[in-house]
Design a protein around this ligand. Structure first.
Ligand SMILES: *Cc1c(COP(=O)(O)O)cnc(C)c1O
Length: 398
């Protein structure tokens, strides 16, 4: 007798023959609507992963999907060697979101976070004539060769060296270690203001302030990796606004495209113009389609006041998580809608149980569950997540 497979099982069977073998997916998503996402068999989930902090304005967003469709009919690709109206509109809109005192008025457009970070390391070298970077333990800067040496996790980094970029890892928030690590070979300090992949650790504002002062005094630049924390997720457009940072460079990706591949390196003019003409580039960077997506995301954030929503609903979400007082939960930390729940044990069974109760999340390390929903999430939807989380906790701990 032939067994009938569900639609998801059928797709997963075919997929397993061709994927690169890096993951073992056990769910197939076919569409989404706001914070909801649906599998191939029509089951509904609340998406607190959002493609890992990517779907900032939610799934199936009108403004974003219309902007992409309209731009696609008009012009998709336009080399950065040529001007493009949509790209320039994106620049102007982005400038209006960046705190003016940071003077981040120059942009290099890429297609991912790793690419934006790679560009930042090249610009730091071009601007300082130095080659060394100081990074924090637990940092995640991406998976390409240029940024792997700035990524802490050994299993990502060690098998693929040696690397052209040189780095020293310090403990986050340890000013004395930073003092010691910065030398006259240091091109830049390179920090995530809230570590994402490494476990959702916000850096101390005092540390970021001191780090910036020490770096600048010694002729090194300050780079903030806001690939995950940027674009309103923490309740400010940039997380490094909390300590009042004045970075020389900030990188954005994930949320800025709302799902469309887009990475941006924002720089001061002083740093930007140190790169020799033609010293860096990429075919797809600044293409009209990505620019239209980025512009629509920023317009949607403005129109719906999503940065304020991140702060308000994020704080509400954190309060509700803290109120759970589950004996296996060690702590809840985060900023806005960038939230980590650290357990006293491995979280894989909880991630699985949450999925069974209709909530999609991802871990951040072995013992932390990450909640990074679309910035449009409401308090009512948070209440529903909490109710399902309680059931998942009870199921695992039964
Ligand atoms: C995801 C991430 C990256 C890498 O971005 P990709 O788009 O995957 O290349 C870099 N830095 C941080 C902080 C990230 O969260």
């Amino acid at each position: 007798m032939t067994q009938t497979l569900t639609k998801s099982q059928e797709i997963l069977e075919r997929d397993a023959k061709h994927n690169a073998g890096l993951w073992q997916p056990n769910i197939v998503f076919t569409h989404g609507d706001g914070v909801k996402i649906y599998d191939a068999d029509g089951n509904e989930y609340i998406d607190c992963m959002a493609g890992i902090a990517v779907a900032s304005v939610g799934h199936g967003n009108e403004r974003l999907s219309n902007a992409i469709a309209e731009q696609a009919k008009k012009l998709m690709i336009c080399s950065q060697a040529h001007g493009n109206d949509t790209r320039t509109d994106f620049y102007d809109k982005l400038v209006s979101f960046l705190p003016s005192e940071m003077n981040l008025t120059r942009f290099f457009m890429a297609s991912s976070g790793s690419e934006a970070n790679e560009a930042a390391t090249k610009w730091a070298k071009a601007a300082t004539g130095r080659k060394h970077f100081v990074v924090a333990k637990r940092s995640f800067s991406g998976r390409t060769h240029g940024v792997l040496p700035l990524t802490w996790e050994k299993k990502y980094r060690e098998p693929f060296g040696p690397y052209a970029n040189l780095s020293t890892f310090i403990n986050l928030n340890k000013i004395d270690e930073l003092e010691e690590a910065i030398t006259d070979e240091t091109a830049a300090i390179f920090f995530e203001p809230v570590q994402g992949e490494g476990g959702m650790y916000p850096a101390d504002p005092e540390f970021l302030q001191a780090a910036q002062e020490i770096a600048h005094k010694r002729g090194a630049l300050v780079i903030m990796d806001e690939v995950q924390s940027g674009v309103g997720r923490t309740g400010k457009f940039l997380a490094c606004e909390y300590p009042g940072s004045k970075p020389d460079m900030v990188t954005l990706a994930k949320g800025i495209g709302g799902g469309f591949p887009l990475g941006v390196l924002a720089m001061t003019e002083e740093v930007a113009l140190k790169m020799p003409k033609g010293g860096h580039g990429t075919t797809y960077g600044g293409n009209a389609l990505a620019s239209a997506a980025g512009l629509a995301v920023l317009e949607e954030i403005e129109a719906k006041d999503l940065i304020a929503n991140s702060l308000e609903v994020g704080n509400y979400f954190q309060e509700k998580l803290r109120a759970l007082e589950n004996p296996k939960i060690r702590t809840v930390r985060g900023l806005g809608l960038m939230i980590g729940v650290e357990f006293k044990e491995k979280v894989a069974p909880y991630v699985k149980a949450l999925k069974e109760h209709g909530v999609i999340v991802i871990n951040a390390g072995a013992t932390v569950i990450r909640f990074v929903p679309p910035l449009i999430i409401t308090k009512e939807e948070v209440d529903e997540v909490i109710a399902r989380f309680e059931k998942a906790l009870a199921q695992v701990q039964a």
